[in-house]
Write a protein that binds this ligand. Sequence first.
Ligand SMILES: Cc1cc2nc3c(=O)[nH]c(=O)nc-3n(C[C@H](O)[C@H](O)[C@H](O)COP(=O)(O)OP(=O)(O)OC[C@H]3O[C@@H](n4cnc5c(N)ncnc54)[C@H](O)[C@@H]3O)c2cc1C
Ligand code: SF4
Length: 560
Amino acid sequence: MAHLPGIPEGMPGFMDQIAAFEPSPVEAAARKWVYVPYDRLHDGVGPLSETVPEGAVVVMMESRAKGTRRPYHKKKLTLVLSAMRHFALEQAERGCCVVYGASPTSFADGLLQLQERWQWKELVVNQPAERELRIELREAGERGLRVRTMEDSAWLSTTGDFESVFGKLDTTKNVDGKRQYLMDTFYRAMRRKTGLLMKGGKPIGGKWSYDSENRCAYRGEVPVPQRPSYPPDAITTEVMELIEQRHPEHFGNIEGFDLPVTRAQSEEAWAFALRNLLPHFGPWEDAMSSQHRELFHSLTSPLVNLTLLRPRDLVEQVAEAFASGEVPLASAEGFIRQLLGWREFMRHVHEATDGYRLLEKGPIPDRNPYAGADLSYLDAHRKLPPVYWGVKSGMFCMDTVIAGVIDSGWSHHITRLMVLSNLATLCGFSPRELTDWFWFAYVDAYDWVVEPNVLGMSTFGDGGVTATKPYVSGAAYINRMSDFCGKCPLDPKKTLGPGSCPFTALYWTFLERNEDKLRHLQRMWMPLNTMRGRNAEQRSELRERAEHAIEQLERGEVVT
Ligand SMILES: Cc1cc2nc3c(=O)[nH]c(=O)nc-3n(C[C@H](O)[C@H](O)[C@H](O)COP(=O)(O)OP(=O)(O)OC[C@H]3O[C@@H](n4cnc5c(N)ncnc54)[C@H](O)[C@@H]3O)c2cc1C
Ligand code: SF4
């Protein structure tokens, strides 16, 4: 056996280790065959939870084509492959047989080849979360894969829950342009269904949402605790070397990888977050800090999206921590709203719109099934500029957040929304390009979550199907909610001329440019009226300042 990089001398590499757990012919004939996709790495969900380990053959598959479809962040590929490999070994240790494949072409090809070899009667799988994997499994079924799909029990809600709020879905027709899915309506229904933070049919504390209490800037009032870190073991190191070899040109730094890759590590990281971070999560949920990228955020999204953590456990534990007085109501509600509300809502919207394809104008184009829907309600088609790839723009907020994403593949909600997406929306950069950028740059991005968050909500690409107004602001918001502006060579209080922060001029010209498309939105009336109060000369100066900044960004220059 050849010695593999990253594995100590004398120790077999992962593929050799796992091969020892393949079933004997008797086991292959007697056991239930369960396919565990890359994002359902928990034996407490789906078909695996309904089988004793000694009765199961776990089938897992790596697809090189999936890894190269986009220039995914090297840390994301490391996380996914390492977590899959650790999971496979853990299942073997529990007593499952494991058949672990790797296909250069597709999941479909890989699974069909394994079926050819093992001749299983039936392979059972959770309904895949990603549209991309659903397509591959459907195609494999058409080519003869004997696969049975079960409803995915990893979610907190069902399609029926979503339909009971918004009506029956027809996913073969374009969605009516006037359709609007409101997260808040869905969230309330889910609180009632689950009974989380409810008493006597009413929300505890009398309010459904404490969003308005989650808007403090962070000025060091409470020290940010040091999180546990999980440096690479032999399996992760082997994966890292594989990725460096196969995808040297991919986005992001691989050095310093320290994310949890097993369920035990994930649960430890979550226990730390629940005890030390959640109590302070609520008030500083929207704050941004150049010193503390993560502040009091749980950093659970990469883990929950792979099912290293189950959302059910998280929301129940947060509700218990509130009941025992460890976590205040605003923090507990804020966290539960993200998981039970936003996360579930987004995946339903994605499914209901076939990954936003049913929102495109005109007949649905017949094209490569992996090419994303191309929407832009605001007709934004400029190319995403070099700053998103780390070329310095001189805008401290942008450069800081992007450097953090290149380093870690993560930043929190408000930096994604009010810095990265805000700038793109104001400048008129293409929502599709921005979505694809988020998709490969973030460790927690999968089609069902990144497309509704970016193509739909944050850029207003869907024209209001998921948001009641565009999420845009000038420099004042970033200045209030962060320490970025104090460190920036540009002046957040200056609107025009050299050295002025471009966000403000961009904001006013955005409103002017899109007035016709926004005038029907009640929440935009006030800003639109303020914009209309400016005379022609002022507007022209604002346009000139904004255009100058966009041109500099497009040329990859420092904004002056
Ligand atoms: C432009 C943009 C792009 C985004 N892209 C992604 C993405 O690719 N993947 C992703 O998981 N989240 C995405 N989000 C949502 C959110 O930013 C992240 O889930 C969150 O920042 C993760 O940090 P955390 O784990 O510390 O979560 P916390 O802030 O501690 O929140 C708790 C949990 O809520 C969930 N959550 C919170 N908000 C959302 C949301 N809007 N949609 C889905 N889940 C949510 C996360 O899974 C997380 O585990 C995006 C948001 C924006 C504005
Ligand atoms: S001054 Fe403008 S560009 Fe600089 S950090 Fe503040 S908002 Fe960003």
